[in-house]
Ligand binder design. Structure first.
Ligand code: ATP
Ligand code: MG
Length: 238
């Protein structure tokens, strides 16, 4: 069994004349949290959208646990065991929080009672249990981020792509999220994590990738990346 759960090789994504992701290659090893950082517009969300099939890649290959998942549909990729959360939360406003969590497990063999119990447990883990009967539209922006995390917990994917999970979430709830991400990692889940919250991403990640104008300009451990002159220049300019 290869150490790499996810392998991205030579991935390219263009929007008209703009090359948003330019020949990107990296691997995410089993049980690791790989952090992906870069300034606004660097291509982080586009890269995630290519990995989970929302965008059709122009060239390159994405391999998950030995299966070529390039250009598969998001549904097929999720069925392989890849989950994700969204930078802009995809809350179903007219559904209760419990029903929001049922979406990824539609068609499950479990009974409604078992699924409800599981949804309640996931909501409790992110501090939303008391709001379980409320509609999605009643949540604040930060609470919707917590709901995104609870929803991806529901189907227990082997790889989770987290796009800006901490944005707009207050520090005490961020600590809860970090604790839950660490607990999932300890239970064997692998992550690709995008965040502008460098303190959190440095704490969580085993390995970092730095994307700039669609290209990986540095990768390695936190200390290597933090002090890399190309990274400092990309973030701060000359
Ligand atoms: N659907 C699209 N159509 C056209 N251009 C797009 C589309 N999605 C992204 N882009 C462009 O691709 C580039 C990368 O965008 P992307 O959203 O991946 O950046 P990001 O690193 O996630 O930024 P942020 O940190 O602000 O979330 C940007 O120039 C953006 O304008
Ligand atoms: Mg983004």
């Amino acid at each position: 069994m290869s150490a790499a759960l996810l392998a991205v090789d030579g991935l390219v994504k263009r929007f008209g004349g703009l090359v948003a992701v330019r020949d990107v290659s990296f691997t995410v090893n089993r049980g690791n949290i790989v952090g992906l950082i870069g300034i606004n517009g660097a291509g982080k969300t586009t890269l995630m959208n290519c990995v989970n099939g929302i965008y059709r890649t122009d060239s390159g290959r994405v391999t998950f646990d030995g299966h070529d998942i390039t250009r598969r549909t998001p549904h097929e990729i999720a069925a392989h065991g890849v989950g994700r959360t969204f930078q802009v939360p995809r809350t179903f406003h007219r559904l209760s929080l419990i029903d929001n969590l049922m979406i990824p497990v539609l068609g499950s063999d479990l009974s409604d009672a078992e699924l409800t119990e599981q949804a309640e447990a996931c909501l409790a883990r992110v501090n939303l249990y008391d709001l379980r009967g409320n509609n999605g539209e009643e949540l604040s922006g930060g609470q919707q981020k917590l709901l995104e995390l609870a929803r991806v917990m529901m189907f227990d994917p082997r790889l989770i792509l987290l796009d800006e999970p901490f944005a707009g979430v207050n520090p005490s709830l961020c600590r809860i999220m970090i604790h839950e991400i660490e607990a999932m990692r300890a239970a064997g889940t692998t992550f690709l994590l995008v965040s502008h919250d460098l303190t959190s991403i440095y704490r969580l990640s085993n390995h970092l990738l730095v994307l700039n104008q669609g290209e990986i300009i540095a990768e390695g451990g936190v200390a290597d990346v933090r002090d890399n002159p190309d990274v400092i220049e990309a973030y701060l300019g000359n």
